[in-house]
Design a protein around this ligand. Structure first.
Ligand SMILES: *Cc1c(COP(=O)(O)O)cnc(C)c1O
Length: 385
């Protein structure tokens, strides 16, 4: 089945005699045993819940994996993943990575006795050098957020495989509709489902999907032991939101492509960063590993003051962290989502305070463009430096 069919055609209530056409919320912490010595399919919702099982099966199918796991948030998924790595070994992370991931690795994983290395994943030579014999896990993003840097995932997967390192790819920015990490050779697909998979910004969730049973068993054990699984109600919300993933992403991408082209042609900002531009570094690599460019556009406003004015004065682009929702949002990553990265590190990433990130929603593109145009035309002229 094609992806958009899979999104809506799945077994939504296996074993339910009433044959509902939407997955019921099994809002129960406990399930009664058959007898003192016989267990049923479920006993305790931390270990397993029928609503969560339907979602987890669906997450696995969407990413072409054998098992999927739903967590309370993207960071809960990352927390679980870090427990796969034994103390005394190393995790290699991409240099341009989500701020919360950076903070977790530097401030929590290190407490677990794990060494953390950083590498520019756009440089394959650097990746080969950074993979040490003790590197148990590599964790990266492509495109990165918010700089939208592209790395060759298949080439990196062959390096990690040779080194005996598990590769985890955070595909949050693309969603499984546009990019399926396991098909590209990654061992673990990771998503903050809070973003595009849910699409409605009405709950948090995270996902891990794997293609090997050994990894699946270890993750199931850790998910139960740490108690990080997604609640039944939120599993329902995520299933419900995910059904329109293809429709939403199509409209959001179309809007983003049109706005990016217009923004660049207008010359009203210093630079427009969008992986759909043919001259975007790594554009061809991206096209070979994803089926679209996603809803995010980054712009360099020219100064922090101009960036703040854009963020504050747009009306349809709401000032919020996060992205991928069906409503357009705008943010200043330097001060918002990536503030947890130390200033010296942010600076080394050409990651400047004038960077504005737009996440384009499903609204009419004419309204979105008019909103941006009004604000950009009213900005004070740039002062020559
Ligand atoms: C938001 C995000 C996360 C963290 O997910 P939460 O659901 O916020 O915990 C991880 N990676 C990326 C790329 C993200 O955008």
């Amino acid at each position: 089945m094609d992806f958009s069919t899979k999104l809506v055609q799945f077994e939504c209530a296996p074993g339910d005699d009433f044959r509902p056409t939407s997955t019921p919320i099994y809002q129960s912490a406990t399930f009664e045993q058959e007898s003192a010595t016989e267990f049923g399919a479920y006993d305790y919702s931390r270990s397993g819940n029928p609503t969560r099982d339907v979602l987890q099966r669906q997450l696995a199918d969407l990413d072409n994996g054998i098992a999927g796991f739903a967590f309370a948030s993207g960071m809960a998924a990352t927390t679980c993943m870090s427990a796969l790595v034994p103390a005394g070994s190393r995790i290699l992370i991409g240099a341009d990575i989500y701020g919360g991931t950076y903070r977790f690795m530097e401030r929590i994983a290190r407490l677990q006795g794990i060494e953390v290395d950083h590498v520019d994943t756009t440089d394959l030579g650097a990746v080969a050098e950074a993979l040490k014999p003790e590197t148990a896990l590599m964790f990266m993003e492509s495109p990165t957020n918010p700089m939208l840097q592209i790395s060759d995932i298949r080439a990196i997967a062959s390096l990690t495989r040779k080194n005996g390192t598990k590769l985890a790819l955070d595909a949050t920015l693309m969603s499984p509709y546009l990019m399926r990490p396991l098909d590209l050779g990654a061992d673990i697909a990771m998503h903050s489902a809070t973003k595009a998979i849910s699409g409605h910004a009405d709950h948090m969730a995270g996902a891990l999907v794997v293609r090997e049973s050994e990894l699946a068993e270890r993750i199931a054990f850790i998910q139960n032991a740490q108690g990080t699984a997604l609640s039944p109600f939120e599993c329902f919300l995520l299933l419900r939101g995910s059904k329109t993933l293809a429709l939403r992403m199509e409209q959001q991408q179309r809007n983003a492509a049109e706005l990016a082209a217009w923004l660049r042609a207008s010359g009203l900002t210093e630079r427009v960063i969008y992986p759909g531009f043919e001259d975007h570094a790594g554009h061809d690599i991206h096209c070979a590993q994803a089926s679209g460019f996603g809803p995010v556009i980054s712009i360099l406003a020219g100064s922090r003051e101009r960036a703040c004015a854009i963020v504050e004065q747009t009306r349809l682009f709401h000032t919020t962290v996060s992205f991928g929702s069906l409503t357009s949002t705008i943010s200043l990553p330097y001060n918002m989502s990536h503030a947890s990265i130390p200033e010296e590190v942010r600076k080394t990433k050409q990651f400047t305070p004038d960077l504005v990130r737009l996440s384009v929603g499903i609204e009419s593109v004419h309204d979105l463009r008019a909103d941006l145009e009004r604000v950009l035309l009213a900005l004070p002229q740039k002062v020559a430096h």
